[in-house]
Design a protein around this ligand. Structure first.
Ligand code: MTE
Length: 337
């Protein structure tokens, strides 16, 4: 993956929204928080729509999302004592190679992505396969807010309040057969609207594919996200449906998912196929196993700049060891990186 040092102008320390401030604003809004309300709050300076480079996630909020938001379970999981990354940074410093290789390309280009109508296919080793309109796919699940660390393999990190539901709930509903050992997540390819796909950047073989072992997908921390920061997902962050496994490097978080297949064999994933010595299937955040070209012992928490680099030690399993370490008991994590 490309490594870029952020310019001091990329982000400003003053834009950090302290968690307490964000949470109190959110409580003030209660269960009916909508993107519009959030954007209009004076203190939420980073939600200024003029910074979206033509992408306005508020304008795209579908009715089903607002309906589901009313029953949202707030604070289902949170990160104590760490600031939530400003919305502007989370939506303007992205990896979404279908829209181009630069961190700013997704915000600039993903506005053209059509997320309505959207359908999701469930297939493979399940008793209940199907193709669902997104709103029907989401309907059975209660949405929860999960405030998670996001650690990219490139050694930068953020803290993001996602909105989603546990993948375990989906798994129960579709009834996997005894042959289902892995989940394979496939994402959209839309040549007409994705400049990165047109240019065949970095030899990526589209579609972007990711996978989880069944027990990883069943872990309560693994979610399918449909929103962030109390609003619907921005296109550049993987609207309308995205995988989040917070103890793994960010590249596991497949964006704009169109198909979830239950399979017997470990799926061939995008980065593993491209550079198997550098990116493994497991991709668990691990400060003791370096990337061949850089250390993973530390990370740069965004926003960061020349005078406040915000370097911090990387935590084993990104700080979620208590919840997930048992999944890997007896495995050599240097081999299974
Ligand atoms: N999903 C798709 N479809 N295409 C991508 O290029 N990039 C991955 C992941 N999901 C990617 C993707 C990588 S490398 C990272 S670090 C995260 O998305 C970044 O998520 P963010 O832009 O929301 O921070």
């Amino acid at each position: 993956m490309l490594i870029k040092i952020a310019r001091p102008s990329d982000c400003h320390e003053s834009e950090v929204t302290p968690e307490a401030l964000y949470l109190s604003r959110r409580r003030f809004l209660g269960g009916s928080l909508s993107g519009i309300a959030l954007a209009s709050l004076p203190g939420f300076a980073s939600a200024d729509p003029s910074r979206y480079d033509g992408v306005d996630p508020v304008a795209q909020t579908p009715a089903w999302f607002d309906e589901k938001l009313g029953a949202l379970k707030w604070d289902a999981v949170t990160v104590k004592g760490e600031s939530i990354t400003p919305f502007a940074d989370a939506t303007h410093y992205n990896n979404f190679y279908e829209f181009g290789p630069e961190k700013t390309d997704p915000a600039a280009n993903a506005g053209a992505l059509q997320t309505e109508p959207w359908s999701v296919v469930i297939d493979g080793e399940v008793a209940k396969p199907g193709k669902y309109a997104l709103e029907d796919f989401i309907k059975p699940y209660q949405l929860e807010e999960r405030i998670y660390r996001l650690r990219c393999v490139e050694a930068w990190s953020m803290v993001i309040p996602w909105i989603g539901f546990p993948i375990a709930e989906l798994i129960k509903r579709v009834e996997p057969t005894g042959n289902a050992k892995y989940l394979r997540f496939e994402t959209l390819v839309d040549r007409a609207h994705m400049p990165g796909v047109q240019s065949n950047f970095a030899l990526i073989e589209w579609p972007y594919v990711e996978g989880l072992r069944m027990d990883e997908a069943m872990n309560p921390l693994a979610i399918l996200a449909v929103g962030m920061y109390g609003r619907v997902l921005a296109n550049q962050n993987g609207a309308p449906l995205r995988l989040i496994a917070p103890w793994k490097y960010g590249f596991k978080g497949a964006k704009s998912i169109i198909r979830i297949s239950f399979v017997a064999e470990q799926p061939k994933t995008t980065w593993q196929s491209l550079a198997p010595d550098e990116y493994g299937f497991y991709a668990n955040v691990n400060p003791t196993v370096d990337h061949p070209r850089w250390t993973q012992a530390h990370e740069r928490r965004l926003p960061s700049g020349l005078f406040s680099p915000n370097i911090r030690p990387t935590l084993m399993f990104n700080g979620y060891a208590e919840e997930v370490a048992s999944l890997y008991a007896g495995m050599d994590l240097r081999v299974n990186y």
